[in-house]
Design a protein around this ligand. Structure first.
Ligand code: MN
Length: 252
């Protein structure tokens, strides 16, 4: 029984079509995420950001993959926007916040990547750095690389004994890094599983994965699947948890 994994999408304006027809907004998902799910044995389903149907969407999936993308509106953690804040997408933020709420209620396994880790932390009551270079200053390493997306740049130390360490089967690794935001105050329901050398949170997990399966990584694991089994292992562990959820649901 292959579990259905909901994959969050973004909205992009199709600039190529401006000359021929009015500017439209398009639902788009990066193929690396959906391929990662399929490679792990899940059935990926791209989720358009329509908040009105978030509850029904939660009822139709066995696992939730929160993808990377635009900055989260800092209003969700009661902050005013700093000048360094990037573009935000209100429809996407509203849909994902609602969907995470329903997913947590139902016990759906959630895997967050980059923005996905960040919004999961905020949905559980945590906060974010809106912009690492301006808020962390001199002590910060470069987290926003200009390189091929699969290419590793900075080191990450994985906490020994963490579930992420068990899943990835590594204690440390080098990862890609395409973010300028990060976890500031960690939500109560999460623990840190990995950090960069400047202390920036690079992975989180719930305290007990068998009770509540939540994992987030700050790097783009979906783009590194060809460059280390540890990244594929994350997708495989999520799909396996979703399969257990589907079996429980079918029996209930
Ligand atoms: Mn990083």
């Amino acid at each position: 029984m292959a579990p259905v994994i909901g994959v969050t999408a973004t909205l992009k304006q199709d600039l190529d079509s401006v000359a021929t027809r009015p500017l439209g907004s398009f639902v788009r998902a990066d193929l690396d995420y959906v391929s990662g799910v399929a490679q792990a044995g899940g059935v990926p389903v791209v989720l358009p950001p329509i908040a009105d149907v978030a509850e029904e969407v939660a009822g139709s999936i066995d696992g939730l993959l929160l993808c990377g993308g635009s900055d989260l509106d800092p209003g969700y953690y009661d902050e005013e926007p700093l000048p360094e804040l990037d573009v935000t997408l209100p429809e996407r933020d509203a849909f994902e916040m609602a969907l995470i709420g329903y997913a947590l209620e139902r016990g759906i396994p959630v895997f967050g990547i980059c923005r996905g880790l960040q919004i999961l932390n905020v949905a559980l009551g945590g906060t974010l750095y809106q912009d690492l270079p301006s808020q962390l200053g001199n002590g910060s390493i470069a987290h926003r690389q200009q390189m091929p997306k699969w290419q590793w740049t900075h080191e990450v130390e994985v906490s020994g004994g963490s579930n992420v360490a068990k899943i990835m089967e590594v204690g440390g690794l080098r990862v890609n890094s395409y973010h300028h935001q990060a976890v500031k105050d960690l939500a109560d329901g999460l623990v840190v599983s990995a950090r960069a050398s400047d202390g920036v949170v690079e992975a989180v997990e719930s305290r007990n994965l068998s009770e509540r399966w939540l994992v987030g990584v700050q790097w783009h694991a979906e783009a590194m699947r060809d460059h280390g089994h540890e990244h594929r292992n994350l997708f495989a562990a999520h799909v396996a948890a979703a399969e257990r959820y589907a079996i429980r649901e079918a029996a209930a």
